[in-house]
Design a protein around this ligand. Structure first.
Ligand SMILES: [Zn+2]
Length: 104
């Protein structure tokens, strides 16, 4: 009997302990990202892995409204953008779409 081969998604998954946003698929919905020069404290409910990607995403609350924050560390100084505040149901749907690669 040949050795069992792991499924491709297991082999390509960077690590097993954190969330990762999949690479955006063709036709992915483009979220409206606003540059943020002085990010305020967010109560983070979920975040993506910083070990495997220089771009991280956080999903959480600021002042009672839900945000998705993207932080890009590729140029040394973090560059922060936030998606428009939404009610929880809509923001969570966008967060799941982002993780699934159907939103960017
Ligand atoms: Zn990771």
């Amino acid at each position: 009997m040949p050795p069992r081969v792991k499924a491709p998604e297991v082999l390509t998954a960077p690590c097993a302990v954190a969330l990762h946003a999949r690479i955006a698929q063709a036709g992915a919905e483009v979220l409206q990202w606003t540059p943020v020069t002085s990010p305020v404290r967010m109560r983070v409910e979920a975040s993506t892995c910083h070990q495997c990607s220089p771009i991280t995403y956080e999903f959480g609350l600021i002042g009672g409204r839900w945000y998705i924050r993207r932080t890009d560390y590729r140029r040394g100084k973090p560059v922060v953008h936030e998606a428009v505040a939404q009610r929880h149901r809509i923001a969570e749907e966008r967060w799941r779409m982002l993780l699934a690669g159907v939103a960017i």
